[in-house]
Design a protein around this ligand. Structure first.
Ligand code: SF4
Length: 360
């Protein structure tokens, strides 16, 4: 047998050994929990939301940390809590003030959810945060992960908070194969996470797993610094970064989008849209000519222009139709000069350029 074949067999055998048996899984919490908790208590970063048990403050931090880095969140978190120190203060604030305090953090849907949830807590729970994950999940903007994080960190409940980092960490420790986005892997990890969540100090445990995923068990893991390396199957396999496998990139989905161009003299009508990066302005958008009436527009004639626009998820064919507005909506009319420097959604900017509607 060639040396290459022998090598390949050894690697295959190592990978097979990396797959954990059910009996081993049952033993894991006893080994992992104390080591990881001790490491967390000695090494944890001093973050402002770790100095409090106030559920409101912890909730704000968890919402801000969704899709945003810790270093970015810290100044926003401190300013936000200075301005809205309690759930009642947030509930009674104007939405525009809440969005202004959020400005620069992106994903404005989170700010709207926070504001709506604060109103519900103030109105229906007399300002006291519910402490059970199921009740927390009933609030706007709080999903399974955030509910479990708040319940464990603020209320000491044994709840398993499973996000992408936790999937990566537990898949590696337990040698679970599968792609990062696989439902099977997520469900296997969730089952393990629930088993591991049982025990003392649930809040510290949740944060210890998060901290390991954020500081050590990174996409390129620093196994030499890891407190659970001796119990980790992926580390033993010799190439921990292979766990979990990368998600397969989806093919962009073909779709049609119709942009409605209403004009009043040289002015055009645009509406405000909240995006990941902030507020932009867009021509009113529908999926078919027929649905324009639902927005209060009547399309006129053939498309003025059409073009393709690709995003990560979509391959769009954009058609721009002249339209009359039959009722006023929340948008505004803009002259060509007003459009200069205005943040515009990419397809709207393309349409405006193609139709030469800018002043220069
Ligand atoms: Fe992650 Fe490496 Fe630690 Fe395993 S040993 S949990 S792969 S950092």
């Amino acid at each position: 047998m060639s040396a290459r074949k022998v090598g390949a067999r050894k690697v295959g055998a190592a990978r097979k050994r990396a797959v954990t048996s059910p009996a081993t899984l049952a033993l894991r919490p006893k080994r992992i929990r104390p080591a990881l908790l001790a490491w967390y208590r000695a090494q944890r970063r001093d973050l402002p939301w770790r100095r409090t048990r106030d559920p409101y403050a912890i909730w704000v931090s968890e919402i801000m940390l969704q899709q945003t880095r810790v270093e970015t969140v810290i100044p926003f978190y401190e300013r936000f809590l200075d301005k809205f120190p309690t759930v009642d203060a947030l509930a009674s604030a104007d939405e525009d003030d809440v969005l202004a305090a959020w400005s620069g953090l992106g994903y404005y849907r989170r700010a709207r959810g926070l504001h709506a949830a604060a109103s519900i807590v103030a109105r229906e729970h007399s300002g006291t945060f519910p402490d059970h994950p199921t009740e927390l999940r009933a609030l706007p903007g709080i999903g399974e992960y955030t509910a479990a994080a708040i319940a464990s960190i603020a209320f000491g409940r044994e709840a398993a908070a499973v996000d992408g980092n936790v999937v990566r960490v537990l898949a590696r420790i337990h040698g679970l194969r599968g792609t990062r986005d696989s439902a099977r892997l997520k469900s296997d990890v969730t089952r393990l996470a629930h088993a591991l969540a049982r025990g003392p100090a649930p809040g510290d445990w949740t944060q210890a797993l998060m901290e390991l995923g954020a500081m050590v068990c990174l996409p390129r893991p620093k196994c030499e610094e890891c407190p659970v390396a001796r119990a980790c199957d992926a580390h033993r396999s010799g190439d921990a970064s292979r766990y979990p496998e990368p998600a397969r990139k989806p093919e962009p989905r073909a779709a049609v989008e119709v942009l409605l161009l209403a004009r009043r003299g040289r002015s055009i009508y645009l509406e405000k849209a909240a995006t990941r990066t902030g507020i932009t302005w867009t021509l009113p958008s529908v999926t078919t000519r027929e649905s324009a009436a639902s927005l209060g527009f009547k399309p006129l004639g053939e498309p003025l222009t059409s073009f393709r626009h690709r995003t990560y998820a979509h391959d769009l064919r954009i058609e721009v139709l002249a339209a009359t507005a039959s009722r006023s909506r929340r948008g505004r009319w803009f002259t060509p000069d007003d459009l200069d420097g205005l943040p515009l959604r990419a397809p709207t900017l393309k349409a405006i350029k193609r139709l030469r509607l800018l002043s220069s």
